[in-house]
Design a protein around this ligand. Sequence first.
Ligand code: GUN
Length: 289
Amino acid sequence: MTEKRIDGKAFAARLRERIGERAAEFAAKAGRKPGLAVVLVGEDPASHVYVRNKHKATVEAGMESFEHRLPAETSQDALLDLVEQLNLDDKVDGILVQLPLPDHLDEQSVIAAIAPDKDVDGFHVVNAGRLATGGEGFVPCTPYGCIMLLKDRLGDLSGKDAVVIGRSNIVGKPMAQLLLNENATVTIAHSRTKDLPEVVRRADIVVAAVGRAEMVKGDWIKPGAVVIDVGINRIERGEGEKARLVGDVDYAGAEENASAITPVPGGVGPMTIAVLLRNTLVAAHRREG
Ligand code: GUN
């Protein structure tokens, strides 16, 4: 019997290995490695960890990593200048500005300044529009990773009842769009949804992306449903003890009913970086024509 636990870490490792092979083929043909530029502004500790992990994975996949660490007090103009410089740099195929930005910076206008064809995060309105209208763009990494895991378990998603809990631009909305593109019947639930447990009980696929520790309870899950938990919530413990990471779903409870479920950590998280590398490789190929 297939294990209920979806091993995103192992899936992502295999994907990264394949991307590494393709990156080497690209480098042999193009005479340069695919390049990813990551911009980090300020001192947010979680962002520093993410950026370090992205750098390591990029280098391991045989790609060039260009890191730009800027002080928290960086001005909007200085940040926009850097983005423009990266847009024009031929060695840079993908640009990622790590979010969140410090409060005085306007995230939307920074994202809008990234050339859509280097927007490997898929956050630019042009790429959001392409996703919504069926064009070839870049899809945000986390939801794309979720779709890969779902298709690996379920094959065809056509006609499945899917509930996405959360409506962020980064996860919830693109996730719903991707499920719709796979011909699922999609409900987007959020903080104002009436009777969330009942909505979730109808679903064959549950994607939780709300950022609230273990809010989705085990008895909300329909027997046989597939559960994808995007949440990463830190639960602080006593003095001197390491914080515990939990998802948006009560794993132990949900596992009893689900046919498959992603753990936290080791589920969706590792997929995000793997898809970022995939998008960078795709960008490199498109730019080289
Ligand atoms: N912050 C948290 N997740 C992400 C992501 O996927 N991309 C960027 N740019 N910032 C993030």
